[in-house]
Design a binder for this molecule. Structure first.
Ligand code: HEC
Length: 153
């Protein structure tokens, strides 16, 4: 029962996350203001990777709130190995930089749930978020301000 509710809460957060999702180049299209254009009804479909990233964002936001509230964080419901296979937005690819960061990130994200670790929960969590940022610095700069807000001060 408790699992059911926390899962629902999680889904809600993911949905909200998707609504406010960013893309890599975070430019507002202010130049394209031709008034004759009809508003676009069909939104472009986010890539599998973009959806995974938004789910990671939502999960970590939930984790941050749990840590601040003194609760033990929920298990991650996402398959991190999908980072190796998820299809990316056209024009994006797994670069050398990506490859050098992805496993470090996966390990640090898994370490957040490692109850036997001697490092504090907060420091393990912040390490994972700093690894999001490390990759984003070159691979996808748009969401950086949003990801920075995940850090626990
Ligand atoms: C190994 C590199 C790497 C790591 C680690 C990484 N990201 Fe990303 N992130 C990317 C790339 C590349 C994209 C663009 C994916 C696409 O558009 O297909 C992206 C996209 C995103 C987006 C935008 C999705 C959208 O709607 O377009 C968000 C938000 C995001 N990442 C958050 C995070 C968070 C939070 C973490 C850590 C928990 C993280 N990322 C870890 C490389 C990374």
């Amino acid at each position: 029962m408790a699992y059911y509710w926390s899962n629902r809460k999680y889904l809600l957060i993911v949905t909200l996350g998707l609504l406010f999702s960013f893309s890599c180049n975070n430019k507002k299209e202010t130049t394209e203001k031709s008034e004759s254009k009809k508003p676009e009804l069909i939104m472009h479909k986010p890539s599998e990777m973009a959806m995974l990233m938004n789910a990671l964002y939502a999960f970590n936001l939930q984790t941050k709130n749990q840590i601040i509230a003194g609760e033990s964080p929920a298990q991650i419901p996402l398959d991190l190995l999908k980072l190796h296979s998820a299809e990316m937005t056209k024009g994006k690819e797994r670069t050398k930089v990506w490859n050098s960061f992805v496993n470090v990130f996966i390990e640090s994200q898994q370490a957040v749930a490692d109850t036997l670790s001697s490092a504090s929960l907060k420091s393990r969590y912040n390490t994972a978020i700093n690894n999001c940022l490390a990759c984003h610095k070159t691979e996808c700069v748009g969401p950086i301000p949003k990801i920075k807000k995940l850090l626990i001060k």
